[in-house]
Design a protein around this ligand. Structure first.
Ligand code: AMP
Length: 473
């Protein structure tokens, strides 16, 4: 009590002092001469506060919680990612989510969708413009320069994971806070590095995470020598047709003609298809570089598709650009994207350093992995359906025997009618159901049902393990 009274008295005393001081020096704000920062909640009036008390607080539009039941999958994806990066001798880097806005304006480019309309930017109380990072390459390069990592010499192979923020229209697979897993290699301009970076993507996505229907789209966007020639040709070709393109493309034709190639409007596609192709304008060095990258991919037996329209949404790319899509994802099918950015370190004030990297959308990676994992979980599953109490012992004997030879088996111990039992097998995506009832026990021949074709045949109890092994292995 005594202490509380003392605290109360000292608060009252300091209030009295402040009041007296402000009367004497109306413009004096104590030790802080800059304008008093405005509290961000100062415009919430009392009425709003009252209604907020009764309504449940919700998350911000386009951002979401990742709940415990989802986290297992995210952790599995992140563990696989760390394991793969470690085998290629990459090291992790973590940069802040908050950066000065100028970092993105200078690197990503002022005409890009990201910078012109998608960034969460606000003025801090000291009038600095800050932005929640929409991507991490710019931040990694900033850190590389700020901490003079280049003085360590050699090649830097870095990876990161974390949230990014873009104010896009939310839909399935597209969020305003989403997560990226990215890699950056700084200090090598060799096409072999490009091929290895693409190998990492391939190994992680298809081999480790089992994602299917994956397409690697590859292109070269040239360099500062050959690209201007291409852009001039594109500008000229657009002069004749731009009035027939969508409003956005009419604007892009003026401000950044390469962006026209990114257009997704259906009606524009025939005209865009007839525009000049960048591959016909590459200088000798860029053409050779692309050829070497292709050779590296062929040697690794990694399939790719040359896609001359692939220019990507960020301005800093030169030469190699790529995107990975998966047919399992639906409309938002881009799983990862990246490319070479040889001028970026210099552009942000560092020494001339070539670089290449990629960013994988982790939300989509988890989604695609989940569907692969569900299919896989059911792929070779054997479900044992038993009919009566006296067949349960035979069912559990068989389950144990099959598991001993590494087969994946599901046996539910609660009694069920056959119809419900088979429905459960279906729900679990089982490959086979083995049916055991009094007749099967008597004859020593169990019914084996192929859940995909619906066909069923009796199989000798003694040969059942070999029978299933040969069909699921
Ligand atoms: P970008 O940084 O634009 O090259 O994007 C790289 C990858 O990040 C894309 O291929 C997507 O998988 C993912 N991505 C980009 N924007 C979003 C978003 N708004 N929501 C979810 N994933 C995204």
């Amino acid at each position: 009590m005594g202490t509380l009274r003392l605290v109360g008295e000292s608060v009252r005393k300091s209030r009295r002092l402040r009041k007296a001081r402000s009367l004497r020096y109306p413009n004096d704000r104590g030790r802080n001469p800059s304008p008093e920062p405005r509290s961000p909640i100062s415009n919430l009036n009392d009425r709003e506060n009252v209604s907020q008390k009764t309504e449940p607080v919700r998350s911000v539009k386009g951002v979401r919680d990742l709940l415990p039941k989802e986290m297992q999958l995210w952790q599995r994806v992140e563990e696989a990612t760390r394991a793969v990066f470690s085998t290629y001798n990459f090291q992790e880097i973590r940069t802040p989510v908050l950066e000065y806005t100028s970092l993105f304006a200078r690197s990503v480019g002022p005409d890009t969708d990201i910078v012109s309309k998608e960034m969460f930017t606000f003025e801090d109380s000291d009038r600095e413009s800050l932005t929640l990072r929409p991507e991490a390459t710019a931040s990694v390069i900033r850190a590389y320069i700020e901490h003079s990592l280049y003085n360590e010499g050699g090649i830097h192979k870095l990876f990161y994971m974390g949230p990014m923020f873009r104010r896009e229209r939310p839909q399935k697979g597209r969020f305003r806070q989403f997560y990226q897993i990215g890699a950056e290699v700084l200090g090598s301009m060799e096409p072999g590095t490009d091929a290895e970076v693409l190998e990492i993507l391939h190994v992680l996505i298809t081999e480790r995470l089992g994602i299917r229907e994956v397409n690697l789209l590859l292109n070269s966007v040239g360099c500062s020598e050959c690209r201007p020639r291409y852009v001039a040709a594109l500008r000229q070709a657009l002069e004749g047709v731009k009035q027939n393109l969508c409003v956005d493309c009419q604007r892009r034709a003026e401000s950044n003609p390469l962006r026209v190639l990114d257009c997704k409007v259906e009606a524009d596609q025939p005209l865009i298809g007839k525009l000049p192709r960048i591959l016909d304008y590459l200088c000798e060095a860029c053409r050779l570089h692309l050829d070497e990258v292709k050779k590296g991919l062929n040697q690794r037996k990694i399939n790719y598709e040359i896609t001359p329209r692939l220019v990507r949404g960020l301005d800093y790319y030169v030469r190699t650009t790529f995107e990975m899509t998966s047919g399992t994802l639906g409309a938002q099918n881009a799983l990862a994207g990246g490319g070479r950015y040889d001028g970026l370190v210099e552009l942000l004030g560092g020494p001339r350093t070539p670089g290449i990297g990629f960013a994988i959308g982790e939300d989509r990676l988890v989604l695609a992995h989940q569907s692969a994992a569900t299919q896989e979980a059911g792929a070779n599953l054997i479900y044992i359906a038993w009919l009566e109490d006296n067949s349960l012992a035979a069912a559990s004997d068989l389950a144990r025997e099959l598991r001993q030879s590494n087969q994946r088996v599901e046996l539910v111990y609660s009694p069920m009618k056959m119809k419900k039992s088979l429905a459960t097998a279906n729900r679990l995506n089982a490959r086979f159901a083995v049916i055991i009832g009094p007749d099967e026990i008597e004859t020593g021949r169990y019914q084996v049902k192929d859940m995909a074709s619906g066909q069923q045949e009796p199989v000798d109890r003694t040969g059942i393990g070999v029978y299933l092994q040969s069909r699921t292995g």
